[in-house]
Design a protein around this ligand. Structure first.
Ligand code: ADP
Ligand code: MG
Length: 292
C-alpha cells in the first residue's frame, strides 16, 4: 500500500465531509459487506416530538407532563428533550425529582413529593410489577404508527402513555438503496421495541431489524454479525452506540452525535446524511483499487 494513495483517499474523503481518524480505516471500509445503522438520530432525524397522550381514568394530561418532565430534567436521552419541550409548551415549570436512577435501555426512575415515579418502556413497567395489560391496544397502535410509547407510573400505578414520533431523515431511503446497490446487507439496530422498529424499517427498506437490544447488547449484536468473516460497519450517534462502534470493523459516527460516539469511531460523517456511508464506501474502494 502506498502512503501517497492513502493520503489522496483521505483527502478525497475529507472533501465529501468524511473525516478519517485511523490510517487503516479506508482499507477496512473497502471490505465492508454489512452496514449496521442505529435507529434514533442515525436513520431518523433525532428530533423526537410528543404526538400523543393517553391518560388513565381520572388523570389529567398536566399531571403526566409534570411528572414525566421532573424525571427527564436529569436525563440526556433523546426522548427526554421531546418530553421537556411538550411540558414547556403546556406552560409547565418542571420540578426536579429526587433519587433519580437512569435505567439504560429501559427508562428512568425517581421520586417527587414522596411518590415513586417510573418512566420508560413496557419492559421497565413489567419488571417493576406495574399492570399495563389494559393499555396493550394503545401500545400496539402507537408502535404500529412508528411511534415510541413511553409509559409513566406513580407508586406502581400506570398514569398514562406519551407517544413519541421521530421521522426518518429525508434522504435515508435513497442512501439505504445506494448501500444495497453497493452489495451491502443493511441492518437497523435499536433499543426501541420491535413493533416500532419494524414500522420504521418498513419506511426505509433495510434488510434486517434487530430491536429491543439493551446498550450492552449492541456490541454483542455486532460480534454475531461478524461471524463467518463478514466485515461490519456500525453507524451511530449515541453514548449507547460507543461499544458497538468500537467492536465493528469500521465505526462511523454521525458528526452531530455525542463526543463519546465520535471518539469511539474510526471515521466521522460530518454531514448527518447516510449518503456519507455510501460515499465512504466508494472512495475507499477507489483508493484500494489504486493501491493494488
Ligand atoms: P435507542 O437504541 O433507540 O437509542 P435506548 O437503548 O437508548 O434506545 O433506549 C431503549 C428504550 O428505552 C427507548 O426506546 C425508550 O423506550 C426507553 N428509554 C430509555 N431511556 C429513556 C428515558 N430517559 N425516557 C424515556 N424512555 C427511555
Ligand atoms: Mg441514536
Amino acid at each position: 500500500a502506498t502512503p501517497m494513495s492513502i493520503m489522496v483517499g483521505v483527502g478525497k474523503a475529507a472533501e465529501q465531509g468524511i473525516l478519517i481518524r485511523r490510517g487503516d480505516a479506508l482499507q477496512q471500509t473497502s471490505e465492508v459487506n454489512v452496514v449496521v445503522l442505529d435507529k434514533t438520530g442515525t436513520v431518523t432525524q433525532g428530533k423526537p416530538r410528543v404526538t400523543d397522550l393517553v391518560t388513565a381514568p381520572g388523570v389529567h394530561e398536566h399531571e403526566i407532563l409534570q411528572n414525566a418532565a421532573a424525571l427527564e430534567l436529569a436525563s440526556e436521552h433523546p426522548l427526554a428533550r421531546a418530553i421537556l419541550d411538550k411540558a414547556s409548551d403546556a406552560g409547565i415549570q418542571p420540578l426536579s425529582a429526587e433519587n433519580i436512577k437512569p435505567r439504560p435501555g429501559l427508562g428512568i426512575s425517581g421520586s417527587l413529593k414522596d411518590k415513586m415515579l417510573l418512566l420508560g418502556n413496557p419492559e421497565l413497567m413489567q419488571s417493576e410489577g406495574v399492570d399495563i395489560q389494559w393499555v396493550e391496544a394503545d401500545l400496539l397502535q402507537l408502535s404500529e404508527q412508528a411511534k415510541t410509547p413511553v409509559l409513566l407510573a406513580e407508586d406502581g400505578r400506570l398514569l398514562g402513555i406519551l407517544g413519541i414520533a421521530d421521522p426518518i431523515k429525508d434522504d435515508s431511503v435513497a442512501a439505504i438503496e445506494r448501500l444495497k446497490k453497493q452489495g451491502a446487507h443493511v441492518v437497523m439496530l435499536t433499543g426501541d421495541n420491535p413493533v416500532t422498529a419494524q414500522a420504521v424499517a418498513r419506511q426505509t427498506g433495510v434488510d434486517q431489524v434487530i430491536a429491543g437490544v439493551l446498550p450492552d447488547g449492541k456490541a454483542e449484536a455486532i460480534r454475531s454479525l461478524q461471524a463467518d468473516g463478514r466485515k461490519v460497519a456500525m453507524v451511530g450517534d449515541g453514548i449507547n452506540d460507543a461499544p458497538a462502534l468500537a467492536q465493528a470493523d469500521v465505526g462511523m459516527a454521525i458528526g452531530t452525535g455525542t463526543d463519546i460516539a465520535i471518539e469511539s469511531a474510526d471515521l466521522t460523517l460530518m454531514r448527518g446524511s447516510l449518503h456519507g456511508i455510501a460515499d465512504a464506501m466508494e472512495v475507499s474502494r477507489l483508493t484500494v483499487r489504486n493501491i493494488k
